[in-house]
Design a protein around this ligand. Structure first.
Ligand code: 13P
Length: 251
């Protein structure tokens, strides 16, 4: 059985005081996290603060991105080893905002995925189509291409130590959520595509849904057989909202 995973992607939001308040709220409800994995991904400058506030708690933390390089003259970049140095367990890779706003290609995303794996971080690989792509009926091709870029590096086994997040771009930050059926269709497609290469990897893979997931729709989405958790943006910035999603995942 796959363990549900709820990850909060805080994006470029927060301050020392809001981080302290948010984590206090999340920790106050963490007694109920027994059966699920909960992760927060703060902006880089707050990772150290998050480490001191969450150390010893059941909540894990991670980066929102990483460099594919291990060290050197790469101004502004952060290496996997640095994330590990501050206790990160996870790292988001290939978020659609990185792909679209910072021109990260499938190949760059694949290199980052491998850099995360090599260092012992658990990569959360984001895939998903734009509205235009959905309307032109190429959702499955887009998601397949994004997955294959990673699989083609070293084989399907690279997915055994990672997590996949399906995040339809049209649902991110828009308030428009994929219906549970739309999400399940793509999650099923992802799992079956991987199963065609390795049934065990596919069966064990956690596939998260992301895109305007919130307390009011989490239960229905998480009730679908191939949806194993959520990657939460806006709703992860409010502890009550985030805790409600965690509760729905634990049910
Ligand atoms: P929202 O939950 O704000 O739509 O963001 C989803 C997301 O991009 C998580 O990575």
């Amino acid at each position: 059985m796959r363990k549900p995973l709820v990850a909060g992607n805080w994006k470029m939001n927060g301050s020392r005081s809001s981080v302290a308040k948010l984590l206090e709220g999340i920790k106050s409800g963490s007694d109920e996290f027994g059966a699920i994995e909960v992760v927060v991904c703060p902006p880089y400058p707050y990772i150290s603060q998050v480490e001191s506030l969450l150390d010893g708690s059941p909540v894990s933390w991670g980066g929102q991105d990483l460099s594919a390089e291990s060290s050197g003259a790469f101004t502004g970049e952060v290496a996997a080893s640095m994330l590990l140095d501050f206790g990160c367990k996870y790292v988001i890779v290939g978020h659609s905002e990185r792909r679209s706003l910072y021109a990260e290609s499938d190949q760059v995303v694949a290199a980052k995925y491998l850099a995360a794996l090599d260092s012992g971080l658990i990569p959360i690989l984001c895939v998903g189509e734009t509205l235009e792509e959905r309307e032109s009926g190429v959702t499955e091709q887009v998601v397949a291409r994004q997955l294959d870029a990673v699989i083609d590096t070293m084989g399907v086994g690279v997915l055994a130590k990672g997590v996949v997040a399906y995040e339809p771009v049209w649902a991110i930050g828009t308030g428009v959520t994929a219906t549970p059926e739309q999400a399940q269709d793509v999650h099923r497609f992802i799992r079956s595509r991987i199963a065609a290469q390795d049934a065990n990897v596919a069966a064990a893979l956690q596939i998260l849904y992301g895109g305007s997931m919130k307390a009011s729709n989490a239960h229905e989405l998480l009730g679908k057989p191939d949806i194993d958790g959520g990657l939460i943006g806006g709703a992860a910035l409010k502890s009550e909202e985030f805790l409600s999603i965690c509760k729905a995942a634990a049910e």
